[in-house]
Design a protein. Structure first.
Length: 165
């Protein structure tokens, strides 16, 4: 007797986080996120002259004994820096390996992320929304609008600013 074919959907799903930002959500696979922590204000970076520091570079966050560059995703994309709220958190991103001197990056968020298993058939490109400079792609995730950030590009611009090139 033949058994019916079983489809293993777990291989077609990517464990992901939907992260609230100002006016939109980021979607990232969980493997690219080192940790989400309660918001902490960044320390100013004394190695950069104040008048040459771009407004999107917020300073450094001391996390697990490492100084992690903090940047505003909204400001990088030409928007206003989002105000910090009681539910704001910090997204700690794993390095993509673009520059060996950057181990992690961090971005303030507007709230607590939601864990989601994104199935291949539940994500599609949203070509009705203009992709901004640091967006890799505008998408729909199970009908919900989100943005996949270009983490490698974030890492590159930060490395250039910090003189790691």
């Amino acid at each position: 007797m033949n058994s019916p074919a079983v489809t293993d959907n777990s291989t077609n799903e990517i464990p992901s986080l939907l992260i609230p930002m100002a006016g939109h959500k980021l979607v990232l696979p969980t493997v690219s996120v080192a940790e989400m922590i309660a918001y902490q204000p960044p320390q100013s970076d004394s190695s950069l002259p104040g008048d040459n520091t771009p407004h999107w570079y917020l300073g450094n966050l001391l996390w697990r004994g490492i100084l992690v560059p903090m940047m505003s995703y909204e400001a990088l994309n030409g928007e206003s820096i989002a105000p910090i709220q009681a539910e704001s958190q910090v997204l700690i991103l794993n390095s993509t390996g673009v520059n060996s001197q950057i181990q992690f990056l961090c971005i303030p968020t507007q709230g607590i992320p939601r864990l989601s298993r994104v199935a291949v058939n539940e994500i599609s490109e949203n070509d009705q929304v203009e992709r901004k400079e640091f967006d890799q792609m505008q998408v729909f995730v199970a009908g919900e609008q989100a943005v996949i950030p270009d983490v490698s590009r974030l890492e590159t611009v930060c490395a250039n600013l910090l003189g790691y090139t």
